[in-house]
Design a protein around this ligand. Structure first.
Ligand code: UDP
Ligand code: MG
Length: 315
């Protein structure tokens, strides 16, 4: 019988955890003939009672394990810690808010069992409940990142997927500090089947993402999986040199033919501002890559564990 590890990053999820656990128990029952389950909840430095709930669940249910961080390290770190802890033959990553319908796990499991696929992932067909502005920027992001990087990122893909241990081992080989799961899954390859579903509202609690956080996350995704933005400065540099060359020719001819009345400082001021803007923009892009390189070279731990379910036994 196959063992499925369910990895769930949790940050301030005291309101949704019970719902999640109850819903998952239905699936565990339904699949009891085919597979056994292991739950790995990662408490990402929650400030509410999430950890207490996890301790409770782990005490009464031996299939529940948890890892608790010393502070908030972010969802990506949570997923990574969960994946490293997982012992199953198949591994699933899911959100704690039931936005990833547990019932899809059955189809995902059957897909992997057929042997044709290494991974089965969920993708939402609509973005109901999101603001038009967020929908627009999300669309733009996927367009840009797919143009700039040579790996494919699927629009609407969630971090909800079931995959084989072989694929997990490949993912864990990528030990980078700046982790961008969607890119990493795409990078390692393997055969992935996409299942579509209507997007779901959060069962309880609030989203941890605001517009600014998502924007920064999007930029991180692009920086992590494409170096094309670095070419922009080189490209703009060449264009500007050409423009300057043409202008020199025009000015020399104009001066020779019509003399040189002093005028045009407003246009000059505009040009200086424009060029300075472009220079700062390019410097900013380089700075972004440099900062990521800086963090990568420090080799800091991606997360720090303060407590796991094993500590419960010693208490
Ligand atoms: N999450 C986390 N650490 C964070 C932020 C979020 O572990 O710093 C978890 C959160 O508990 C949830 C999942 O990541 O299980 C997705 O978060 P959320 O539902 O807020 O995102 P959304 O679904 O709105 O994109
Ligand atoms: Mg959510």
């Amino acid at each position: 019988m196959k063992k499925i590890s369910i990895v769930v990053p949790c940050y301030n999820e005291e309101e949704s955890l019970h719902y999640f656990y109850e819903e998952m128990q239905k699936i565990v029952k339904e699949m009891s003939k085919k597979a056994k389950f292991e739950f790995i909840f990662v408490n990402d430095g929650s400030k509410d009672k999430t950890l207490n709930i996890l301790r409770e669940l782990a005490t009464k249910d031996k299939s529940v394990r948890y890892v608790s961080f010393s502070r908030n390290f972010g969802k990506e770190a949570g997923i990574y810690a969960g994946l490293k802890t997982a012992t199953g033959d198949y591994i699933a990553t899911m959100d704690a808010d039931l936005q990833d319908p547990p019932s899809l796990l059955i189809e995902m499991f059957d897909t992997l069992e057929s042997g044709e696929y290494d991974c089965c992932a969920a993708k939402q067909t609509s973005r109901n409940g999101y603001s038009p502005l967020r929908k627009f920027f999300t669309k733009c992001f996927y367009k840009i990142i797919n143009k700039l990087s040579n790996i494919e990122m699927v629009d609407g893909a969630r971090d909800f997927r079931l995959f084989t241990r072989q694929m997990l081992d490949s993912i864990l080989e990528l030990e980078e500090y700046n982790r961008y799961s969607k890119g990493i899954f795409s990078f390692v390859g393997y055969n992935t089947k996409w299942i579509e579903f209507e997007n779901q509202e959060r069962v309880a609690g609030v989203t941890k993402w605001n517009f600014w956080k998502l924007f920064v996350y999007a930029i991180e995704g692009i920086i992590s999986f494409s170096t094309s933005p670095l070419l922009i400065s080189a490209f703009i540099g060449v264009i500007f040199c050409l423009m300057a060359f043409i202008m020199v020719v025009v000015i020399v001819i104009k001066t020779l033919c019509f003399g040189d009345p002093v005028s045009g400082w407003p246009s000059l001021a505009c040009i200086i501002l424009f060029v300075a803007g472009i220079q700062l923009f390019c410097l900013g892009i380089m700075g972004l890559y440099l900062s990521k390189t800086y963090l990568e070279t420090k080799k800091r731990p991606i997360y720090i564990i303060k407590e796991t379910e094993k500590d419960l036994e010693n208490k």
